[in-house]
Design a protein around this ligand. Structure first.
Ligand code: GLN
Length: 492
């Protein structure tokens, strides 16, 4: 029998339907692979008992001919999603051994459709980071290494565990969240597909909040089709999240293979950065050529406020984070460090519980929201955000269907290599992705080539609000032209 962990999600679905193997066999194959790959540190908690129970239940529904959309499909869950009875930490010490009494809406929909949870995946602490190095559980390793090198590389972040697990065949797909690039950047760094849906498409209920006006959940998988399959289950209206949008969820998979003939694709001139590597430039031009060959029309577009996106994001996101994280006070959740009085208990708990990056964000956020600085920083950043959104609206109003950009300014970098002396160095990773969150738009990252050291590189497609279908159609064109990459297996 072929290695069940190397199947695509769509192939596994077919194999289960044909009864070529059982959901339990599929789950066991993944659990065995996870055990051998612990050096990657992708999972912070493995849940084999639940997984086997869910797999057996899925086998029963398949036998009865009542299989759900994802019956028996083993998935990993970013540790930012609350899971009933299963430890959820946001990879922060402050949540300690927090065990939720409730399930996030997104994961509950996956289980409703018959998926199997293999475990909880590592991420940056409270999803703040671009390399998965801020996690209280330590860094995640990228399954990819440079040719001829055994240097450990980061998988990107904040959903680094999700990306690494999918790329290393430790699950068929995974959930992630994206506030400024945390699905698209790690997908690009690990040679897989990741999509951040339109803001409001997936419920945020039960997902640990970072910056509520930017946070969106989305799927990772090894093919565009597989992400489309997962998204259908994850998306949908939820009365428990007032920002979730009440509109029907399309069958995204139907968009795969649809012609892109006549579509107008914008190439934003402001995304051509000074000093950008020639390889990224070449990749971008190659992607444009592939879309053109498939019948799309390429047009140069302008998004003039792009250069303000990163600074504005690093005001808005920390501001919201400082407010959201005020709830971790040692009273209601997780860890507590006592003091002589309640104020000292708060201080001790928060000082011990939050890591340095999270503390930095809380301080920046509190500063930009404080009297006297509010207008100069927070209000100004909000105005910039409106202008960024308008840039995109103007481009789409001219008939552009989607925008093509690089996903990241570089390939994966070494563990410990960036952001030590200057945090801005790390923040620059999100230069191509944060604009999309600021505007609330959908964005997909698709593998498109390799750099000269053999590391995967990705392209990003940005769509109109709620037009994920177009991104799946265009992403499929790039994927077909690129082919599939697999990392050399050194970890097992
Ligand atoms: N890297 C960005 C940050 O640190 C984005 C993180 C995210 O999307 N969750 O804020």
């Amino acid at each position: 029998m072929t290695d069940l962990t190397s199947l695509t999600l769509a192939d596994a679905r077919e194999g289960l339907a044909q009864k070529s193997f059982t959901a339990l066999e599929l789950t066991d194959a993944h659990l065995a692979a996870m055990e051998k790959a612990r050096v990657l540190n992708a999972y912070v908690l493995e849940t084999p008992e639940q997984a086997r129970a869910q797999a057996k239940a899925a086998d029963a529904t398949i036998a009865r001919g009542e299989a759900g959309l994802l019956a028996g499909i083993p998935l990993g869950v970013k540790d930012l999603f609350a899971t009933t009875g299963v430890r959820t930490t946001a990879c922060s010490k402050i949540l300690g051994n927090f065990i939720p009494q409730y399930e996030s809406t997104v994961t509950s929909q996956l289980w409703r459709d018959g998926a199997v949870m293999l475990g909880k995946l590592n991420c940056d602490e409270f999803a703040m980071g671009s390399s998965n190095e801020t996690s209280a559980f330590g860094p995640v390793l990228n399954p990819w290494r440079r040719e001829g090198s055994d240097l450990d590389l980061v998988p990107g972040g904040s959903s680094g565990g999700s990306a690494s697990a999918v790329a290393a065949n430790l699950c068929l797909g995974a959930t992630g969240t994206d506030t400024g690039g945390s699905i698209r950047q790690p997908a690009a760094f690990t040679g897989i597909v990741g999509i951040k849906p339109t803001y409001g498409r997936c419920s945020r209920w039960g997902t640990v909040a970072f910056a509520s006006s930017l946070d969106q959940a989305g799927p990772f998988a090894r093919t565009v089709r597989d992400t489309a399959i997962l998204m259908r289950s994850m998306a949908g209206h939820d009365p428990k999240d007032t920002t979730s949008v009440d509109r029907p969820v399309p069958d995204y998979e139907a968009a795969i293979g649809k012609s892109v003939k006549g579509m107008k694709i914008g190439i934003p001139k402001e995304y051509r950065l000074d000093g950008m590597s020639g390889e990224i430039d070449k990749l971008w031009a190659q992607g444009a050529d592939w879309l053109k060959a498939a019948g799309a029309e390429l047009v140069e577009v302008s998004l003039p406020h792009t250069k303000y996106a990163l600074p504005a994001y690093y005001v808005v996101a920390p501001a919201e984070a400082s407010s959201n994280l005020a709830r971790y006070d040692g009273v209601r959740y997780g860890a507590r460090v006592n003091g002589r009085n309640i104020a000292e208990m708060y201080e001790n708990t928060r000082a011990a519980g939050f890591g340095p990056e999270v503390r930095r964000r809380i301080m920046i956020g509190t500063y930009v929201l404080s009297a006297g600085y509010y207008d100069a920083y927070y209000l100004r950043a909000q105005k910039v955000r409106t202008l960024i959104k308008k840039d995109f609206e103007d481009v789409f109003a001219k008939g552009v269907h989607a925008i093509l950009t690089p996903a990241t300014p570089s390939a994966a970098f070494g563990v410990g290599e960036k952001g030590k002396a200057d945090p801005i160095e790390m923040y620059l990773n999100d230069i191509f992705t944060v604009t999309v969150n600021m505007a609330g738009l959908p964005g997909i990252a698709v593998p498109a080539g390799k750099d000269k050291q053999g590391l995967p590189l990705g392209l990003q497609l940005i769509g109109r609000p709620f037009d994920e279908d177009t991104l799946f159609s265009l992403g499929e064109v790039i994927e077909q032209a690129t082919g599939h990459f697999t990392a050399r297996k050194w970890w097992a």
